[in-house]
Design a protein around this ligand. Structure first.
Ligand SMILES: [Fe+2]
Length: 340
């Protein structure tokens, strides 16, 4: 037996039900690695008697893995971030539709796939972060303002290949059409203070340092810095403010962390039980707070102090499945606009 086969054999032995059939198990493929998730899993096991066997890997690698495993995949549930990525997994044919009155009642329709291929369990918003010395509150009201000539040389942005920008671009394609999205991207790119580089946290720090006046970032990055143990990171946040874009119109662009049941799931019943557990108030708390996100279930209140400090906002209720569907069009618009 080759090493690879031995490895695969071991994986199968670890992940499948024992021959006795006494122990109920769930094989979870997750790109999350938060401490609160441990509590989530052990509570689920306490309540249901279902043991969770977990495989963790980065998002795209995980999707690739399930795809390569094909019909023999032991995966029951895939948990990942960004509707754009759930769409990639959907396009690869990895999910099966789930019909659950509980999930349909708890998860708002715009945060789940119309046919139940996946469900959003927490939400993040993409907000404008500004340097308080360079920008006055009220000077910006929406994403479209980032393209205004008055911000020339003042905008820091991560690359257009970032799935967060692609998903925002996809939402703009849905609302404004491809041409206006391209025009917007061209205007934003013309305002760059520097060539796109780094992640959302780097953009926030660059704004705080005065390297640029404005950027876009996901709320959980902002909240993470605000709650940081490092004084310099909290000081950086103190130099910045946040604009909730498009509050007078369609609402702020949001995205999700979500999960779905795998097409070849060996334990589909346990898989649905797990998704329903994720929609419970208790699990919503653990799931959202592990990454400073907002619970998807509207009645679950967040007690995250950094999110509370940001206040409430009106979210865009475009179905997040559009974020994946329009991703290719968004990428083309960014490319044509010269936003690399
Ligand atoms: Fe992220």
């Amino acid at each position: 037996m080759t090493t690879k086969l031995l490895f695969l054999g071991l994986t199968a032995a670890l992940l499948s039900s024992p021959a006795s059939g006494q122990e109920k198990v769930l094989n979870l493929y997750s790109s999350r690695h938060y401490q609160t998730d441990e509590a989530l899993y052990s509570r689920f096991t306490q309540k249901t008697g279902i043991q969770i066997h977990r495989i963790e890997a980065p998002e795209d690698a995980l999707i690739e893995r399930v795809r390569n495993e094909g019909a023999a995949s032991p995966a029951d549930v895939l948990v990942t971030v960004d509707a754009g990525r759930l769409w990639r997994a959907e396009q690869a044919g990895l999910f099966q539709p789930v019909k659950s009155a509980e999930l349909e009642r708890r998860i708002p329709a715009h945060l789940r796939h119309p046919d139940g291929l996946w469900f959003g369990f927490s939400a993040r918003a993409r907000v404008i972060v500004f340097n308080k010395e360079a920008v006055k509150a009220g000077e910006l009201r929406g994403y479209e303002d980032l393209a205004a000539p008055k911000w020339k040389g003042k905008v820091c942005m991560r690359s257009s290949s970032s799935i967060y920008n692609l998903s925002l671009g996809a939402a703009l394609v849905a609302h404004l059409g491809e041409q206006k999205t391209e025009d917007w991207a061209r205007g934003v790119a013309a305002n760059f203070a520097r060539a796109p580089k780094g992640g959302d946290t780097d953009q926030i720090k660059a704004v705080a340092a005065g390297e640029c006046a404005l950027t876009l970032a996901n709320t959980y990055y902002y909240a993470r810095l605000a709650r940081s143990q490092k004084p310099d990171e909290r000081a950086a946040i103190a130099k910045t403010g946040v604009v909730w874009p498009d509050q007078d119109g369609r609402g702020t662009h949001i995205n999700i962390s979500g999960a779905g049941v795998m097409k070849h799931a060996p334990h589909p019943r346990e898989a649905i039980q797990f998704l329903e557990y994720l929609a419970s108030d208790e699990a919503q708390h653990y799931f959202a707070d592990g990454n400073n996100e907002y619970p998807a279930v509207a009645t679950t209140k967040t007690d995250n102090p950094a999110l509370a400090a940001l206040g409430t906002f009106k979210p865009d209720t475009l179905n997040v499945s559009a974020l994946g569907r329009n991703q290719p069009a968004a990428q083309k618009a960014f490319d044509r606009a010269g936003w690399r």
